[in-house]
Ligand binder design. Sequence first.
Ligand code: KG4
Ligand code: ZN
Length: 329
Amino acid sequence: MRILGIETSCDETAAAVVDDGRNVRSSVVSSQVVLHARYGGVVPEIASRAHVELVNEVIEQALVEAGVTLHDIDAVAAAHGPGLAGALLVGVSAAKAIALTLKCPYLGVNHHEAHIYAALIDDPTLEPPFVTLVVSGGHTLLIAMDDHGRYRVLGRTVDDAAGEAFDKVARFLGLGYPGGPAIDRVATGGDAGAIAFPRPMLDDGNDFSFSGLKTAVVVYVRKHPQANVADVAASFQAAVVDVLVTKLLRVADQTGLGTLVIGGGVAANSALRRRLLDEGTNMGLRVVLPSVGLCTDNAAMVAAVACWRLAADGPTSLSAGAYPALGLD
Ligand code: KG4
Ligand code: ZN
């Protein structure tokens, strides 16, 4: 089953060709970061227009890199939610148009679910059940994946997503956009123990809150304008990582599930990966960290999950649309 996947839910225009849900023949990601950087965040209208301009070229490149033509494709998939409405519609429309032309199945897939399946691409031995943390710019979700297509959301953010907090703090510190990679980089030269930022809701259930932590950074820096930026970045990052890892390990304990999987852009964070691997392994848990390129938005994960969804549920109707607020459960 050879699937062409398309991803346009936010500010990455991506296409990939994946065989049988795991064998990535090509994965092309065209980032719009330079277009949004001067605004300090993604501008939805700019994102939609850029997707329109880029999508055909990116699909073409994915086919060329895979060494195939459209006629070698068995099904076409696009992330149809959650995400920015206008941005999602570009990928969905492109995928439907190709499916109509080729008379092959179209699949609209869940972007969160795709982030989880990124781990299955990298580790062919990985199978549910497992506990997974999907941490991106828009979401922070703790999920028990009981089987393919069966999810229980056990925790979510009550305000800002973890990635959003990284982006906002980086912007405040003048580190640029996107903020996560910038903080990750700067933090390597800082002392993570320098400032004791709060660990919001650490012992308060499985939900998350990052808005107060962001404010704590702002308040601290205004009070200490000479503070070392690397120390602030490292201390902020340590607080986020502490909360994410503590809650993920706790849920593993609560559910009795012995495998931990992370996904989404923040799963690329070096401190999070290091700490989870150390602590999880020490607790006798299996820790699966997808490669960094599969954590941030890409279309290989879209094609991967589409392969499973097609086998389980069949194609998506061409009359289905885009679903900006799509959930997982
Ligand atoms: O999954 P993703 O690429 O797009 C969404 O679905 O939102 O996640 C993007 C988010 C951004 O907030 C970005 O700052 C964050 O992931 N991110 C990181 C790192 N790389 C990307 N956050 C922390 N450390 C990183 N290395
Ligand atoms: Zn994402």
